[in-house]
Design a protein around this ligand. Structure first.
Ligand SMILES: *Cc1c(COP(=O)(O)O)cnc(C)c1O
Length: 437
């Protein structure tokens, strides 16, 4: 499971460890391995950054601009190449002046999350699940953060009253069966607060699954200690989705943290953001997903970078993402292939995109191509009758309309707003208009 070549120096238990940045060489192991020490000693000032890394003029100007909070755990700082500005780890957390560059289509809330929030911090975008933002703090801050409008701001914390409102909304909304805790990073919450939230969520009978979206195992693997594991395993079914962007993030410490979570019966997923100069190449993504499955983590989503202010220089074309997906499907284990999604600007939610495999259709037949370019025909039955819908009316009501309703016959068209009035021209025409005989 050790991903880094060469031999990492063992710790006092004989386990391999990541070599520390020389500046931390004398920190005692008990402090280095203490997540609270790591959080307290995060790097953020220009002086600290310049003492650890050879910053380029662009990085130096970025660090001085303070556009968006900087904080890097000493552990994560140790896997950054101090001399190479192209280091894929470095680009994710060290600011650059390019963050200040505006671009076409940028927004501070590009996913319109605020508009979908019935109470502060609860984003109810989909019929049966919600995104519950429980903190604005993270262990380290990603430069392309999609929620930089609130994340990192120490004055924008969630209060007891916000939690109460979120939980009250969930308790009175039986359609919600899946709650995704995010932020910020739920795993940097004080342990008692996280435990209280999980307990109160579990007390709501219609909530079937709880998920935690986190990057703590990557930024602060020390946090995944026995105490946390013992607490989390009381709240099954609990799922976890970990943000990983590059195979180099899978150090011995991170691999051990993920193994503890998996051993506790928590199904692990991973999500990555496609980032220019970090992971925008087929071989980098392939390396990442293979590393993940070796560590019992199922690649879940690969995100197109959002149109969030500050992230312009990280964006790739969507076609590059499709090219990468083309290089995965069929070429490697299906389990290792994530779904590539564009989170639709304006709050449309995640839209899966990818290569097209059905290249034509005829009566009772479809023409398919595989990953190698082999083209074949699949003959469909001409006497197939699908079963009648058995879903109860209440379930059907809870379903969004959309193409699923078009297919099951409950609606016959989907029209843009104002379509009918625009096209009822006959009623608007004065008598004797061009249509009258
Ligand atoms: C991503 C997301 C979810 C979860 O979506 P899944 O596809 O079920 O993982 C839920 N709510 C919001 C607002 C989201 O952005």
């Amino acid at each position: 499971m050790v991903e880094r070549p060469g031999s990492d120096p063992p710790d006092s238990h004989g386990c391999p460890t990541t070599p520390r940045h020389p500046l931390f060489a004398t920190v005692p192991d008990v402090e280095w391995n203490d997540w609270r020490w790591q959080l307290k000693h995060r790097l953020n000032s220009v002086e600290e950054l310049t003492s650890l890394f050879h910053l380029t003029p662009e990085e130096l100007e970025g660090a001085r601009s303070r556009r968006f909070r900087v904080d890097i755990t000493p552990y994560f700082a140790s896997i950054i190449d101090p001399d190479n500005p192209h280091c894929p780890i470095r680009r994710q957390v060290i600011p650059t002046v390019r963050e200040l560059q505006a671009f076409e289509g940028q927004d501070v809330d590009s996913l319109a999350e605020e508009a979908h929030s019935p109470v502060p911090g609860l984003v109810h975008r989909y019929p049966d699940r919600v995104l519950m933002l429980v903190t604005t703090q993270c262990a380290s801050y990603c430069r392309y953060c999609t929620r930089s409008r609130i994340v990192g701001d120490p004055t924008a914390q969630f209060s007891r009253r916000d939690y109460d409102q979120q939980l009250e909304y969930l308790a009175r909304t039986p359609a919600v069966r899946d709650v995704l805790l995010s932020g910020g990073d739920p795993l940097v919450l004080p342990p008692k607060i996280l435990e209280m939230l999980l307990e109160r969520l579990r007390a709501i009978p219609h909530i079937e699954i709880i998920r935690i979206g986190t990057r703590v195992p990557v930024f602060l693997p020390q946090r995944i200690d026995e105490e946390l594991i013992a607490m989390l395993r009381r709240f099954h079914p609990l799922w976890m989705n970990i943000h990983f962007n590059h195979a180099r993030e899978m150090t011995p410490e991170v691999a051990r943290a993920c193994a503890r979570l998996a051993d506790a019966g928590i199904p692990l997923g991973a999500q990555a953001v496609l980032l220019a100069g970090v992971n925008d190449a087929p071989e980098i993504i392939r390396d990442l997903i293979h590393t993940l499955v070796r560590n019992r983590i199922r690649p879940y989503y690969l995100y197109q970078c959002d149109l969030v202010a500050g992230a312009g220089h990280f964006r790739t074309s969507v076609s590059r993402g499709i090219e990468i997906m083309e290089s995965l499907r069929g070429h490697t284990s299906g389990y290792a292939v994530p779904t590539y999604v564009v989170d639709a600007p304006g709050g449309g939610g995640k839209v899966p995109v990818g290569p097209t495999y059905m290249i034509s259709q005829g009566v009772n037949k479809v023409i398919l191509r595989n990953y190698e370019g082999f083209i074949t025909i699949y003959d469909e039955p001409n006497d197939y009758i699908p079963p009648r819908p058995t879903t109860r009316a209440a379930d059907q009501e809870a379903m969004q309309a959309g193409l699923a309703a078009l297919l099951d016959g409950s609606i016959s068209a989907i029209k843009p707003e104002g379509f009918d009035s625009l096209h009822r021209r006959d009623q608007e025409m004065p008598a004797g208009g061009p249509i009258s005989a």
